[in-house]
Design a protein. Sequence first.
Length: 281
Amino acid sequence: MTQPSQKLQKVLAQAGLGSRRAMEELVRAGRVTVNGEPAHIGARVGSNDVIRVEGRLVRAPKLQRGPRVLLYHKPEGEIVSRDDPAGRASVFDRLPPLRGARWLAVGRLDYNTSGLLILTNDGALANRMMHPRYGLEREYAVRVRGKLSTDQIARLRSGIDLGDGKAHCEAVAEGGGEGANRWYRIVIREGRNRVVRRLFEALGLAVSRLMRVRFGPVVLPPHLKRGQYVELPPREARALLASLGSPDSAGETGGGEGIAGPAAARARRETPDRPRPPRAR
């Protein structure tokens, strides 16, 4: 009986080694072997094949399982990196281990930013979510010292030159606040380094709290505490792929707590407009 198989570059991408295009380049460069022989573009592999990349064994994810996706509520004071000379805490320290693969962060949040961080073992999924071609929305709750004027809101929407190109907000909404501190909800479509903070700095306003609450169709579950994660059920992970136009997930539909749809709309209503300050630990 013939064992089920998948294209080699797809299996490597699902193992978290990069996008399918990057995996094709590795194969062309002769850095991938299957059962001890150099691999070729278009090769198909199954669960019994031995795959190595530059001599390192890669365990193929179980066929037909689909990607694994974690939603992590990142607290302030953690980096999104495995290597830090300063020895700071990393988000990867809290994640469950993967055999023959690694977790890939979909975009980054800087050290002082909290909120939704999506992680997956599927390089193709991560690439689709981050690629500018898809222009996925990122929604943030922002606390600033001072109140935006009508002119400043108009500038955020029309675009501000940040020195490395213009950036703008798709939407800006007030979120309450007292005294000097004001909350706003903004939506952008790019992941440039510190772009939200830089937009407000260009207006002369300092950001004192920054929290990502949505990335594309994925919302931060309202009851997920800081430093905790939840894994999307397989059906929701496939629905996420389908929402990005993946041919591997035709026929899937959204739903559930993490994926936008009726449940996502409910989650956004339950998420407070003004995030509570961190609890003492």
